[in-house]
Design a protein around this ligand. Structure first.
Ligand SMILES: [Zn+2]
Length: 81
């Protein structure tokens, strides 16, 4: 029997928990609003501000690396911060 969950309370692949009280910035490449977080490994990671997935009080967002139209260019260079 398979069960379909209406939402999952864990980050999915490519998703990260979006902390509260973090300043919104703009991607220097494409201008999209992003929020920088620090991953568990201590790496800076830009997250898309939208769409957000809300689960209770937690918010999950996709990595901007995955959606930035210019990611291929700025991945080779330094962090666009
Ligand atoms: Zn971008």
């Amino acid at each position: 029997m398979t069960e379909q969950l209406s939402f999952l309370d864990e980050p999915q692949v490519g998703e990260f928990e979006l902390p509260y009280g973090v300043e919104m910035q703009k991607c220097r490449s494409c201008g999209a609003p992003i929020i920088w977080i620090t991953t568990e490994k201590g790496k800076a990671m830009p997250l898309d501000v939208a769409p957000l997935r809300r689960v209770g009080e937690k918010r999950y967002a996709r990595s901007h690396f995955a959606t930035c139209p210019d990611a291929a260019t700025w991945r080779k260079t330094k962090s666009p911060r």
